[in-house]
Design a protein around this ligand. Structure first.
Ligand SMILES: [Zn+2]
Length: 44
């Protein structure tokens, strides 16, 4: 999901999967549909 958040008087769009922030909602949504941050077991 894309979470809307306000910071420094600007609205940002954060990918809830990996925490990446975007200043453009379209970019955030596009990233989210391609985000593969689920269960990064290889990071353990
Ligand atoms: Zn992501």
């Amino acid at each position: 999901m894309v979470e809307e958040t306000e910071r420094d008087g600007m609205v940002w769009y954060r990918c809830e999967e990996c925490g990446l922030m975007f200043d453009d909602e379209g970019d955030a949504r596009q990233h989210e549909s391609n985000c593969d941050a689920e269960e990064p077991s290889y990071l353990q």
